[in-house]
Write a protein that binds this ligand. Structure first.
Ligand code: GLN
Length: 285
C-alpha cells in the first residue's frame, strides 16, 4: 500500500515510542525530513503526499541505526538549539533542551546591559554563544574550546548564520588560568563537562557510546571545571560582570560554594522546567 509522508512519520514515531525514546515526534520528523531532503516546513506542507520507496526505505535504515543507539543529531549532522539549526558532529555534545535555561539567563543579562562582551567557555558546537548572538544585538562574542575539532564545528556555525563580524573562536584550556590577552568581559557563560568520572559508565548508551567523553567528564566529583573556571577567569570579568554556569542535578550548592570561595557575590540559581537547579550565577563586584 502506498505510504504518505505522514504515514511514514507515524510508523517511525511508533517504533521510537516502542523503544522508549524520549522525543519520538521530534526524532521521527527529523529522520523523515532528512531522508526526503525537505526542510521542516516542506515536510509539514507535504505530509499528505505519497513518499517515494527510496525515502521509505532510507527512513527505516536510519531508524535501525537510531534503535542501535546512534543519536539522530549525529546521523543527520544537525540539531536545533533555541530555534537555531546548528551543524553537529560526534566531536561535539548535542545541544540539550536543559541548556536553554542558561541561554535564557544570558540573553536576559545581555539585553539589560549596553554593548556586552561575552565569552562562552567549553563552547563545543558554539550553541550557547551563537544563541546569545542571534537573540540579542551583542557585538562581541568569543567561543572558546580546547578541542580544535569542536572549534571547527563552531566556526561552521558562525558562517552558517553570518555571524563572522560579531562572533569569533579561540582555543583555550580552561584547566589553566586565563591569559589576560583574552580580553575583558561583561559576561562569561560555561556549560563545562560536569559528570563525575565514576558516573560516565552509567550514562545512557546513546550518550556514553557516541558523545565525546572529554565534553562530559568533570573529574572525580564532577566539579573540577567549575573550580578552575571560577578562579582562573575571575580576572577577565569587568566590575559588575557575571559568570554563569550550567550544572548537573544536585550540584548547585557545591557550585554556589565554589563561586563564594572565589570572591563572587550575589549568587543566584535558576531552575529548569523540572525544578532542577540548572544554572548558578555570580557577580564580580
Ligand atoms: N547534560 C549533559 C548530560 O546529561 C552533560 C553536559 C555536561 O557535562 N556539560 O549528558
Amino acid at each position: 500500500m502506498a505510504t504518505t509522508y505522514n504515514d511514514l512519520y507515524l510508523d517511525i514515531r511508533q517504533q521510537l515510542i516502542n523503544h522508549g525514546i524520549s522525543q519520538p515526534s521530534l526524532e521521527a520528523r527529523e529522520i523523515v525530513a532528512y531522508v526526503a531532503g525537505k526542510t521542516r516546513e516542506q515536510f509539514f506542507r507535504d505530509a499528505r503526499i505519497y513518499a517515494p520507496d527510496n525515502v521509505v526505505q532510507g527512513s527505516f535504515e536510519l531508524l535501525e541505526r537510531r534503535l542501535k543507539g546512534e543519536p539522530v543529531a549525529y546521523i543527520i549532522g544537525e540539531w536545533e538549539f533555541m530555534g537555531i539549526p546548528l551543524d553537529i558532529n560526534s566531536n561535539v555534545l548535542i545541544p540539550r533542551v536543559d541548556s536553554e535555561v542558561l541561554a535564557n539567563c544570558a540573553i536576559e543579562w545581555v539585553k539589560s546591559k549596553e554593548d556586552c562582551r561575552v565569552l562562552d567557555l567549553c563552547t563545543g558546537s558554539g550553541s550557547l554563544g551563537i544563541a546569545i548572538a542571534m537573540h540579542t544585538d551583542v557585538s562581541h562574542v568569543i567561543l572558546a574550546d580546547i578541542s580544535p575539532k569542536a572549534l571547527a564545528v563552531a566556526r561552521r556555525n558562525i558562517r552558517r548564520h553570518n555571524l563572522s563580524s560579531r562572533v569569533a573562536c579561540v582555543r583555550t584550556d580552561v584547566m589553566r588560568p586565563a591569559s589576560i590577552s583574552l580580553g575583558q568581559y561583561d559576561l562569561i557563560v560555561a556549560n563545562p563537562p560536569y559528570i563525575p568520572s565514576g558516573d560516565i559508565a552509567n550514562l545512557d548508551p546513546s550518550v556514553a557510546n557516541y558523545e565525546p567523553l572529554e565534553a562530559l567528564d568533570g573529574g572525580d566529583d564532577g566539579l573540577e571545571f567549575f573550580r578552575s573556571i571560577a578562579s582562573g577567569y575571575f580576572h577577565l570579568l569587568k566590575s559588575e560582570a557575571a559568570l554563569m554556569f550550567e550544572c548537573g542535578m544536585g550540584q548547585s550548592n557545591a557550585v554556589r560554594d565554589i563561586l563564594l570561595r572565589n570572591g563572587y557575590s550575589e549568587i543566584e540559581t535558576f531552575q529548569d522546567t523540572l525544578g532542577i537547579e540548572r544554572v548558578v550565577a555570580g557577580i564580580h563586584t
